[in-house]
Design a protein around this ligand. Structure first.
Ligand SMILES: *Cc1c(COP(=O)(O)O)cnc(C)c1O
Length: 400
């Protein structure tokens, strides 16, 4: 089974580049340019230097002793929460801005939901002195005010999007619309393994530093370079793609990914795209998407703004359908409880997105010698209010 992208930009039956005529040249130019750039010595040198001294890589692989005892396994946490700007997203934006500069682009656009990708993009634009415009649903602008202020402080212009539900999916559509109006000078920095080919492949490659480091760090710590289990949360799929990238062809490694169940996959209030979605085309690629009977994109619901997307990267649609990955739906209450658990047991407040991955632990059964690597995709500072406002959802965990 082939898990990576083929020459036409497909992962199995998913993927491709379904873009309006006016973007055809932009997208085909990028398709022709991305691999030569990524593989060039000058890119690799500059990218590695920035990851090291600007982002702060390698991120630690931390042996979580108390959690290991609780779950009866050897649990290692890949600490993407310790990166500059607090999540894995910067691994991708650093790479894409180098690519934009190499292609002679002068203006950067990006979509954002919770604002994490917007902040990571505005950050690298400040670093590289590039003009930056961020599209963000008006609802999210109101919900995620601090991140909006951070983007503005970094010099970005934030456009509140007032179409549709005024959330992430609408911000993506608006960014694509803007790209259509200014294709020549604009580089669209996509925030996850989604969008038209080659974006899913670009983002997966840029995030693959996560599994590259896991291999080295496991070798140092336990003398073998693979775990028995890999666990990550999945929104569009970028931190998960990075976590599993170098292990896809290694069948000794079992992969469990946590998507956001919201209030439950049997309710209308869910973001569990791989459980509830059907095949369709969204934001430039064929993938699984939550849609109504007549093909309108449905709104996603979850307590986690970073997982609030009705689609999924085509790579993950393919991996799940081929059986390589196992997808679990984690509900809001389970994520909140898991977030408190990691906080109290290891002194690490995880992003509410990452807490979905933590919650997967209680649904799996391990042997004591099993090596489990779980990616903590981001830190929870942005989610403190969400945790405190939903304490009752975690009530059985103890007294807070
Ligand atoms: C954006 C985000 C996610 C979800 O995005 P993926 O592309 O699926 O990784 C998960 N965790 C954090 C902390 C995020 O900021």
């Amino acid at each position: 089974m082939k898990y990576n992208v083929d020459e036409k930009g497909f992962f199995g039956r998913f993927g491709g580049a379904y873009v309006p005529e006016i973007l055809y040249k932009c997208v085909t130019d990028l398709q022709a340019a991305y691999l030569p750039i990524l593989e060039s010595e000058s890119f690799q040198h500059e990218y590695a230097a920035l990851l090291k001294d600007y982002v702060g890589r390698p991120s630690p692989l931390y042996y979580a002793k108390r959690m290991s005892e609780r779950y009866g396994c050897q649990l290692y946490l890949k600490r993407e929460d310790l990166n500059h700007t607090g999540a894995h997203k910067i691994n991708n934006t650093v790479g894409q801005i180098l690519m934009a500069r190499q292609m002679g682009k002068t203006r950067i656009i990006a979509e954002t939901g919770a604002g994490q990708h917007g902040v990571a993009t505005a950050t690298v634009c400040a670093l590289m002195n590039m003009k930056c415009e961020i599209f963000m649903g008006k609802t999210d602008v109101e919900r995620q005010h601090t991140n909006v202020e951070r983007m503005k402080m970094l010099g970005a212009q934030v456009h509140p999007v007032e179409t549709g539900n005024m959330t992430l999916s609408d911000a993506c559509s608006e960014a694509i619309r803007d790209w259509c109006c200014h294709p020549k000078e604009t580089f669209y920095i996509v925030g996850s393994t989604m969008g038209p080919h080659p974006y899913p492949d670009i983002v997966a490659r840029l995030q693959s530093i996560i599994s590259k480091e896991i291999k080295q760090q496991l070798t140092e710590k336990i003398g073998r370079d693979y775990p028995d289990y890999l666990i990550a949360c999945v929104g569009g799929g970028s931190n998960a793609a990075g976590t599993i990238y170098h292990y896809l062809d290694d069948n000794r490694v079992k992969i469990y990914l946590a998507e956001a169940g919201g209030q439950g996959i049997d309710t209308e209030y869910t973001a569990a795209t791989m459980h509830c979605g059907e095949e369709g085309i969204v934001h430039g690629s064929r993938t699984l998407v939550m849609q109504t009977a007549d093909g309108q994109i449905k709104e996603a619901f979850t307590i986690s703004a970073g997982l609030d997307y009705p689609g999924i990267g085509p790579m993950h649609a393919h991996l799940a359908q081929s059986g390589r990955t196992h997808i679990m739906a984690i509900n809001d209450d389970e994520a909140i409880r898991a977030g408190y658990e990691l906080t109290r047991m290891e002194g690490i407040i995880p992003a509410i997105e990452s807490a979905h991955a933590i919650a997967a632990l209680s649904k799996l059964s391990f042997s004591p010698e099993d090596i489990v690597v779980l990616t903590v995709s981001g830190r929870g500072d942005k989610d403190v209010e969400t945790y405190l406002n939903n304490k009752t959802l975690a009530a059985e965990y103890g007294d807070f």
